[in-house]
Design a protein around this ligand. Structure first.
Ligand code: FMN
Length: 147
């Protein structure tokens, strides 16, 4: 069995893209060595992240993430045991949408490809559906943002 958490949070204003990239590099290394997989989406002001792995590892990591001063208003969207992981290959896939139309469109396409490629069994899971629904909300609200 695995354990999955999806949460949303708000980036602190002073957190720059370069700092986010650095943080994600470190996170990827950590996650890889702890067999944690997942995906993080950043729309310029909010994060949406799924972390999946062994229950004890996920609970420990989530406690650290929640205490991280670089973001706030952390809201858990789902926290549950699962039979399989959605993002097996990824120690932490990162999709950032920051207002560059070409890059954003490309990232959108990659995300859609990934979402469509998972098994039918996974597509019917609650974790998948909560993630998909919230990604689409996050990216819709992104369009209203003025950069
Ligand atoms: C939005 C967000 C997502 C994060 N995701 C991860 C992650 O997936 N893996 C990770 O190791 N750290 C992640 N971090 C960083 C952790 O909060 C923390 O800084 C890191 O685990 C190092 O903690 P330590 O120095 O206490 O060991 C994230 C931070 C933020 C703000």
């Amino acid at each position: 069995m695995f354990y999955s958490i999806i949460y949303q949070s708000k980036a602190k204003a002073e957190f720059t893209i370069a700092q986010i990239d650095m943080m994600l590099l470190k996170a990827k290394q950590f996650n890889k060595t702890h067999n944690i997989s997942g995906c993080i989406i950043y729309n310029g002001h909010k994060f949406l992240q799924i972390i999946e792995g062994q229950k004890a590892d996920i609970i420990k990591l989530y406690a650290k993430i929640k205490a991280d001063q670089r973001h706030e208003n952390v809201i858990t969207l789902i926290e549950t045991s699962t039979h399989d992981t959605l993002w097996d290959d990824w120690s932490m896939a990162f999709y950032k949408f920051t207002g560059d139309a070409t890059k954003d469109q490309h990232n959108h396409m990659l995300l859609d490809l990934y979402f469509n490629a998972v098994s039918d069994h996974q597509k019917s899971s609650e974790v998948y559906n909560i993630l998909r629904e919230n990604v689409s909300q996050l990216l819709t609200s992104n369009k209203q943002r003025i950069y």
